[in-house]
Write a protein that binds this ligand. Structure first.
Ligand code: URP
Ligand code: ZN
Ligand code: ZN
Ligand code: ZN
Length: 466
């Protein structure tokens, strides 16, 4: 089935122009003006922006906190309505099992036949005893060329110390595998958390008090130092504070292959949300913690100047009524993470593009193009070009709406952006040429998403001899 999208303004990371896009067998086969209108289906996108489908490289469909798990791929249609057509999910290595076997099995049981957008995976090392360092060399062959390591969360099964980072990087650099770190100093957080609790400060707000910006800055600097020592690339996930950005920027100025992302919520939500009464603050407990306005402003400057390279959702769907309430009497037991997969594009368009903070092309770069490249999907995803997958969003800039959990597909009992006045929406979304969202509504089918293997030597290896 061929498809022609006519008269829209095509936005790429480099430029925008009026044009038509011709799609056949799920791929973009031509871009130009006055393209052949004998396509099986012709869509007039006049007055609309035509964007590449988003790539959300930081999604948790299986995260576990104190034994409690988030919602999974059965809610991935939330990505589609939000203009995201590829998600990259973090999978924890099962103790005693290899990383590849863990992800292969997870993929079969939890994603295949269920996912409603395309998907790829990052591994998380939890058990070095399985020979996992040697396994890193084999990750690219399996299509999983990225690994996340948690410097934070002392005492949890996925926390790791610096030796794990160093040893992983040593193996990763020869295989083109990208090491990603969650950079927060777990020991310092532990000290500050205990201090809060001893003083009777157990409310959600103390989550932020016990995770001040410096614990993130310190860990980011340390991760950079380890990368420098190991002569390996580094990718820092969910950067939230000025000190961490500056550390990354200094490394870049030195010529080191150090990159980072931030998330929608760090650009738009502040720390005061954690002080909301009646335990509402728990909805905003995520790590790193939400920050104050000066950090928020600095993050906008950072994405505008290219110091950070991507914006992800860090979607992590815990329910408030039960799961967040595990920490009713002690903020340390509140599962960390918040949903946001569905709102990344609409919120960033409104808060970034409509305010003039970033251009449409910059948004496309941060939302789709760079995330695809960072994760080795850059030859198929994240760009509107000939030969690319026809993952296309037709964005209607005229529709105004108020974000409400009532209409959300995320399957969680709250939305972090409740009441946010959104400008524009993904009107139609195509996944490899198939219409999965129409008039803002999901119309696709369960299982329509496919696994997309990542390739090694992603963007963080640019500038390094292969
Ligand atoms: O609080 C967060 N970010 N939860 C998800 C897990 C992680 O640390 O990325
Ligand atoms: Zn430790
Ligand atoms: Zn994290
Ligand atoms: Zn995360």
């Amino acid at each position: 089935m061929s498809l022609l999208i006519k008269n829209g303004v095509i936005v790429t990371a480099m430029d925008e122009y009026q044009g038509d896009i011709l799609v056949d067998e799920g791929k973009i086969i031509a871009i130009g003006n006055n393209l052949d209108s004998k396509a099986d289906e012709v869509i007039d996108a006049k007055g609309m922006y035509v964007l590449p489908g988003g790539v959300d490289q930081h999604v948790h469909f299986s995260f576990e906190f104190n034994g409690s798990k988030v919602r999974g791929f059965e809610t991935s249609n939330a990505a589609a309505v939000g203009g995201t057509t590829t998600v990259i999910e973090f999978v924890n290595q099962i103790k005693g099992k290899g990383l590849i076997d863990t992800i292969d099995e997870y993929r079969k049981e939890n994603a295949e036949g269920i996912a409603m957008v395309d998907y790829s995976f990052h591994g998380i090392i939890t058990d070095p005893s399985t020979g996992v360092y040697d396994e890193i060399a084999k990750l690219p062959e399996a299509g999983y060329p990225t690994v996340k390591l948690f410097m934070a969360y002392k005492g949890m099964f996925f926390h790791c110390d610096d030796d794990v980072i160093a040893k992983s990087m040593q193996k990763a650099k020869d295989a083109g595998v990208t090491i990603m770190v969650h950079a927060e100093n777990a020991d310092l957080i532990d000290v500050l958390q205990k201090e809060c609790v001893e003083q009777g400060n157990v409310e959600p707000y103390y989550h932020a008090v016990s995770r001040p910006p410096m614990v993130e800055t310190e860990a980011t600097e340390r991760a950079i130092n380890i990368a420098r020592l190991m002569d390996a690339p580094l990718y820092v996930v969910h950067v939230s504070t000025k000190g961490a950005v500056d550390a990354i920027k200094r490394a870049q100025d030195e010529g080191l292959p150090v990159y980072g992302e931030t998330c929608t919520h760090y650009l738009t939500l502040d720390k005061e949300n954690l002080a909301k009464s009646n335990f509402q603050g728990a909805k905003y407990v995520c790590s790193p913690a939400l920050r104050e306005q000066d950090d928020i402003d600095y993050l906008w400057t950072s994405i505008k100047n290219g110091w950070l390279n991507a914006i992800s959702s860090d979607h992590c769907g815990f329910n408030w009524a039960e799961q967040k309430h595990m920490g009713k009497d002690d903020f340390r037991n509140i599962p960390n993470g918040a949903p946001g997969l569905e709102n990344r594009l609409g919120v960033l368009w409104t808060a970034g593009v409509e305010t003039g903070k970033i251009t449409r092309s910059q948004l496309v770069d941060l939302f789709a193009t760079k995330p695809a490249k960072i994760n080795g999907l850059g030859d198929r995803k994240g760009h509107l070009g000939i030969g690319y997958d026809a993952d296309i969003v037709i964005y209607n800039p005229k529709v105004k709406s108020t974000i409400s959990n009532e209409t959300s597909l995320q399957g969680v009992d709250y939305n972090s952006y409740e009441g946010f006045e959104q400008i524009g929406r993904p009107e139609k979304v195509f996944l490899r040429g198939q219409l999965v969202v129409d008039e803002g509504k999901y119309i696709g089918e369960k299982g329509q998403g496919e696994f997309v293997p990542g390739k090694p030597y992603g963007l963080c290896y640019d500038g390094i001899k292969k």
